[in-house]
Write a new protein. Sequence first.
Length: 130
Amino acid sequence: MNKNIRLLMLPSIALFVLITVVFAVLRPFWTSLGVRYEVVIGSNVLLFLLSALTSRMHLAAIKNPNPNVFSNSIMGGTMIKMFVLGAAVVIYLLLAGKSRNVAGIFIGMFLYVLYTVIDVRNALQLNKKP
């Protein structure tokens, strides 16, 4: 793996591990609050994979001499995450039926915000480096 992608992904990896550990260790607590572990971990994995994809997009865009390509990669990455997560929520709601877990969906939406903030912050820091 390229050194730049490792440095760019380090905060996302840390967030992924933190969320996974918190929900695995405190699983009985979250279950008592009505949060399904599988829904949160599924959204966490999905967002982490999308974050890896968008990080690769940013690295490719930073090499382009046209500055619009980099800003488009940031906006495109955010939109990709939003649409894929939205589609995942719709598919989950259709498949889960009455056993759906709304609390898990809202936690997944909060994770979307966290991953997006980290992704955009890292991309902007990448742009500052010579």
